[in-house]
Design a protein around this ligand. Structure first.
Ligand code: ADP
Ligand code: MG
Length: 220
């Protein structure tokens, strides 16, 4: 069996709000392997973003343990290993689409011309080559979200975590984005975890995880 990209063991996350302790995630256990296509399904507020942020090393658990056996330690996670698509709009307003896509590569020490080439290729893969020079304010919500997907793809990471990447899109556009994303990963060992509450999206994946009030149920 190939080594896990991320391993989540009995992980919990609590928040304190107004002096009250809230459990966003309790005792979650799951693993992602190379080539996985996983849908993380659950209603709003069930804890999907909390789990994805933890798996992406963007947040730390309150209890339990997360490791990235084939990616390295928490401190060493880099865009070349892990790409994240945020639920909220996340493009930098002052940068063009292509500059947004190449930014993680530049921060990951990729040389300028090479970063630009990879960014343009990623936009091409997601059928957005034509808007490369546009600013985020000139893009539709759907286009901006696709640019965020291209940004996650550009570094050809081993793991992509996408938090409701189609949440702002109408149904046909959502399906199209998923087609493009799955196509661009076809035959690759890159694993994909997509949080969604759209069952039509979930059915396109080969594993479904259910989140219910902070409790994760992994169907194998
Ligand atoms: P989902 O992505 O499934 O909508 P979230 O992971 O965003 O769910 O949220 C799970 C629960 O944790 C919710 O009750 C939410 O209000 C709470 N929560 C998430 N982030 C924070 C935070 N930064 N501070 C306080 N509570 C939070
Ligand atoms: Mg969420």
């Amino acid at each position: 069996m190939p080594e896990q990209l991320v391993q989540v063991e009995n992980v919990g996350k609590t928040y304190t709000r107004g002096g009250v302790l809230e459990t966003a995630l309790s005792e979650a256990t799951c693993s992602v392997f190379p080539g996985d296509r996983i849908a993380l399904v659950g209603s709003s507020g069930s804890g999907k973003s909390t789990l994805l942020h933890l798996m992406g090393g963007l947040d730390r658990p309150t209890s339990g343990r997360i490791s990235w056996p084939s990616l390295g330690t928490f401190e060493r996670l880099r865009p070349q290993q892990l790409g994240f698509v945020f639920q909220m709009p996340s493009l930098l307003a002052q940068l063009t689409a292509v500059e947004n896509v190449e930014l993680p590569l530049l921060l990951g020490q990729v040389e300028g011309a090479e970063a630009r080439k990879a960014a343009l290729e990623a936009l091409e893969r997601i059928n957005l080559r034509g808007i490369a020079e546009k600013l985020p304010e000139e893009l539709s919500g759907g286009q901006a979200q696709r640019v965020a997907v291209a940004r996650a793809l550009a570094s050809r990471p081993k793991l992509i975590l996408a938090d409701e990447p189609t949440g702002q899109l109408d149904h046909p556009t959502a399906q199209h984005l998923l087609d493009v994303l799955l196509n661009s990963l076809k035959g690759s060992e890159t694993a994909l975890v997509v949080a969604t509450h759209d069952l039509a999206i979930a059915e396109r994946m080969n594993k479904i995880w259910h989140m219910n009030h902070g409790v994760l149920e992994v169907v194998v």
